[in-house]
Design a protein. Structure first.
Length: 521
């Protein structure tokens, strides 16, 4: 009696296991088929469904931007347009010919000229993606801002596809449209349009052709107090001049114009970089150093702007070396900068120890890199700094040394060159020494306590000036809560709080936004 229940229990367990195997047998087979299908490729139905869903999401986002642009035009609030344009960088990755074609088809009727023009730039394949639902649900464009935004999206798509000639043609049409409309609600869009307009011509190697157009547009934007367009155009003109090495014209532009105070951090960072390069070429290294420091600090600290950070820090390193300073070693260890700054690190090492031979070898090895960065001419100036550093180290090491030994240590051509360089260093205040021409040696004087000179005062003054400027900029950037009167009802109070939160969020996100193309200098 006692064994029967045990056998029954064992039998039931065995039956349950068999039942489970039988129950999931078909499911296991289906899973194996699905796995094989996943290896070979998704099923056609699932793949088409995924693409359609992604297209629908992208189209919905674009339509939401339409609402923001329309609201911005009607309420004269630029922040709604700024919010839409800030999303372009993320939307750009999802732009396809089908998404644009379906959006255009649902925004214009069949007879409208704008529809035919925009669809013509997308190609015949995009026309086949238009569905009957898109044709039936046409929401007609009622504001020019929406039309210009569609032109902008097509321009970005053509740029990503490498269709430069089509992009030039469309950008010309768009710029002309923006100029003819003359609406203040188009200011933020106009800045983006001009950027991609210049980008197309730059890739085509025809930047000189658009310089008169940019100058006229900049003059008009200044008269209209359009800060966004004005700051963008100033940077585009400076980039245009730098492309052809027209630094005198760039300096005249900077001296004749005033960069808007309300410009975005991204535009301000670029302007400070260009200004720093101009000042460096004009031997004004202190002003160049201050401008480049602001450019590095104002630029967003993320991987999207790695190119800008690299270029700005390269120029900053050269300017520091020309000023007689040695950059901190931690700068060369940053992950974003480590690989790009290898040639400049070797130059810094040669300048720090005053090794002229190592400097010449590094210059010859990385000449192509320096020419590509347009820093070769500035680096050539460092030869004198290498020699000065070597002379300073010799002066500190020897109280008396012959000019012949100085010539050998610095790898100079003759003793006459050594005497000339030592004399110039004494006149410039690099070293405190005297030269005995008849006996042919240099005698160093006793070291003077630096705290008995005015050097600490100058350094302290520079730090105070920087702190005061930082304080003033912080005060200008402060935002305060909206004033509330006692008679306002709860709905108005809640709306005011929401508006304040939105404004704070937009300001916080503004520093993180930079298009991929803006990363290139």
């Amino acid at each position: 009696m006692s064994d029967a229940p045990r056998r029954s229990t064992r039998l039931n367990k065995g039956q349950e296991e068999e039942a489970k195997k039988t129950k999931h047998a078909d499911h296991d087979v289906e899973m194996e088929d699905t796995t094989d299908a996943t290896k070979d490729g998704d099923k056609p139905e699932e793949k088409v469904l995924g693409v359609k869903e992604l297209e629908a999401i992208a189209i919905a986002d674009i339509k939401q931007h339409f609402v923001l642009f329309t609201k911005s035009a009607k309420t004269h609030e630029a922040r709604f347009a700024v919010r839409a344009l800030r999303s372009v960088s993320s939307l750009r990755k999802r732009l396809t010919a089908a998404v644009l074609a379906r959006t255009i088809a649902s925004s214009y009727t069949k007879d409208e000229e704008e529809r035919q023009r925009l669809l013509g730039y997308l190609g015949p394949e995009a026309l086949s993606s238009i569905t009957s639902e898109d044709e039936a649900t046409v929401t007609k464009v009622d504001t020019p801002e929406v039309g210009v935004y569609l032109h902008l999206l097509v321009m970005i798509y053509l740029l990503d596809q490498g269709q430069i000639e089509k992009g030039i043609e469309l950008s010309n049409v768009t710029v002309k449209t923006v100029q003819e409309l003359n609406r203040r609600s188009l200011d933020q869009l106009a800045a983006k349009v001009y950027f991609y307009y210049a980008r197309f011509y730059e890739l085509a190697g025809r930047l000189a052709e658009i310089r008169p157009t940019l100058l006229n547009a900049q003059r008009t934007a200044t008269l209209r107090r359009d800060d966004d367009t004005q700051s963008t155009l100033i940077n585009l003109l400076l980039r245009n001049y730098f492309h052809y090495n027209l630094y005198d014209q760039a300096d005249k532009l900077v001296s004749k114009t005033t960069f808007p105070e309300n410009a975005t951090n991204n535009q301000l960072a670029r302007y400070m970089y260009y200004l720093g390069r101009i000042k460096a070429i004009q031997l004004e290294y202190t002003e160049s150093h201050q401008s480049l420091l602001q450019a590095v600090r104002k630029a967003p600290q993320n991987t999207v702007t790695a190119g800008f950070q690299q270029e700005a820090n390269k120029l900053l390193i050269i300017v520091q070396l020309l000023m007689g300073e040695i950059p901190e070693r931690s700068l060369f260890r940053q992950p974003v900068l480590r690989k790009a700054l290898v040639p400049y690190f070797q130059i810094t090492q040669a300048v720090r120890v005053g090794d002229l031979t190592k400097f010449q070898e590094t210059l010859a090895t990385h000449a192509a890199t320096f020419n590509t960065d347009k820093n070769y001419t500035l680096i050539l100036r460092l030869r004198h700094n290498v020699i000065k550093t070597g002379i300073r180290m010799i002066s500190l090491s020897y109280s008396r040394i012959s000019l012949r030994d100085v010539c050998l240590k610095l790898h100079l051509d003759s003793e006459e060159d050594a005497e000339y360089i030592v004399a110039k260093s004494i006149r410039d205040g690099v070293i405190d020494a005297t030269i005995d021409h008849e006996k042919g040696f240099m005698r160093s004087k006793e070291n003077v306590d630096i705290y008995s000179t005015n050097e600490p005062q100058h350094a302290f003054h520079q730090r105070i000036g920087f702190c005061l400027k930082l304080h003033n900029d912080s005060v200008k950037a402060m935002r305060f809560p909206l004033k509330v009167t006692p008679n306002q009802d709860a709905a108005e109070l809640e709306a005011a709080r929401d508006q304040e939160k939105t404004l704070v969020q937009e300001i916080a996100e503004a520093d993180e936004d930079m298009d991929e193309d803006h990363d290139e200098l």
